[in-house]
Design a binder for this molecule. Sequence first.
Ligand code: F6P
Length: 545
Amino acid sequence: MSSDITATAAWQKLRDHHAALADRHLREFFAADPERGRELTVSVADLRIDYSKHRVTRETLDLLVELAEAAGVTARRDEMFAGAHINTSEDRAVGHVALRLPAGESMTIDGADAGAEVHEVLRRMGEFTDSVRSGEWRGATGARITTVVNIGIGGSDLGPVMVHQALRHYADAGIDARFVSNIDPADLTAKLAGLDPAATLFVISSKTFSTLETLTNATAARRWIVAALGEDAVAKHFVAVSTNAERVAAFGIDTANMFGFWDWVGGRYSVDSAIGLSVMAVVGKERFAEFLAGMHAVDRHFATAPLHGNAPVLLALLGVWYSNFFGAQSRAVLPYSNDLARFPAYLQQLTMESNGKSVRADGSPVTTSTGEIFWGEPGTNGQHAFYQLLHQGTRLIPADFLGFARPTDDLPTRDGTGSMHDILMSNLFAQTKVLAFGKTAEEIAAEGTAPELVPHKVMPGNRPTTTILAPQLTPSVVGQLIALYEHQVFVEGAIWGIDSFDQWGVELGKQQALALEPLLTSPEEPASQGDSSTDALIHWYRDNR
Ligand code: F6P
């Protein structure tokens, strides 16, 4: 049996501590501990993380660290860095930290030098993307490649999409990237609109090279190229990223134009592998190296910093604190950066596919809730949509606010004297302040508010937030942010005792879709699916398609 974390003394102490502290307000915490705003912060690489606006005292933090110790987080972390098969249900190592090792550093995974293998692939990726960026690699007609279309889904899409948008400013070779993922043909159709086949390169990204959406879209893209340029053009317009050379070859892509990775890289942990090829084509291998270096800096911190000052550990412990002791259901991620618009969606796969599990690694049922629900939108847009509920709703929703000292773009304010970016950041600071401290009925009444309106205007506060700041949204900082959340997910999974690296729960739906598809169009009356709802839905679709 995996040990049950809820049966430990550390858990029990936290439960008692929670009972004593749950009704206390952040106003009291700040009044009693005036230095906490400066001291309850942790820095890692370029990130400054303020966790003082959390419903914790210094004692809470000690107890949470005790919990991490009771869960054996350090040992588990060390096993990951040592290349052990900690993905037990798939009997695989979890080696994404090897993807960002500096050249010359090694990590042995399954008897091989993963660091050396990673750098060999990076070298090939660099050579290839250099040739695309310089115009040496040309399409079948001799035209330069101006658009790279990545076809992939899940981890083979969300990371590249997010990083590409985040690094918009670093696109310096006249190459744009588009991303196609959905089996809904609207996706491919919309993304191909306006593209010149002669100047388009497809990157087919799939770890397994068996994913229905990706192979179907890739086949449609192939038809699009062949219709415009002929069969012989395929070699110049298609490359693949995969762990499965046989399937790549069977699809008709020369494995000389395939960039590999390994089964020890989970899909949702793969943006820093060859899956990042489209990003590298747009920003260049040097910027991609900075991105990897940013991740590595956080890896070193995670591997070596004491638990009390270890940023991903602290943030994971706070996640556990709210999920398991306050009963919070979700966490909002609110980037005050339009270029990070896809960061919450990226985190949804990272966190929810990793930790959305009901059994522990040995198959025994968990005894507490797992898997925070991540969601969010960039500020300030979210302020005009769902923040009402954050401020005055009945639910407790801890939120991560992300912001930058320097903008990627800036424009003057209305009167021309200020900066729009300063307004953006003042909103971030205002929101976390109001969420924490609110405004009391007395304060509102003292402003002369009509008594019947006072209850509507009370801002309860005591809503916890983390503020993550960095100087600028650079490639390194994007890498740092990703690694920060990857390791949070790891620590939460270690505390819950689950395997954060498998995803069995996505399989049955895929199988059923394959089985149902012929029934939607077959001339015969479809066989009953065993439930009246599914049968009725299929009939409705057949009648109306
Ligand atoms: O269905 C879930 C999943 O297996 C993800 O874990 C993965 O990122 C995605 O599908 C895509 O898989 P692949 O890269 O093998 O096409």
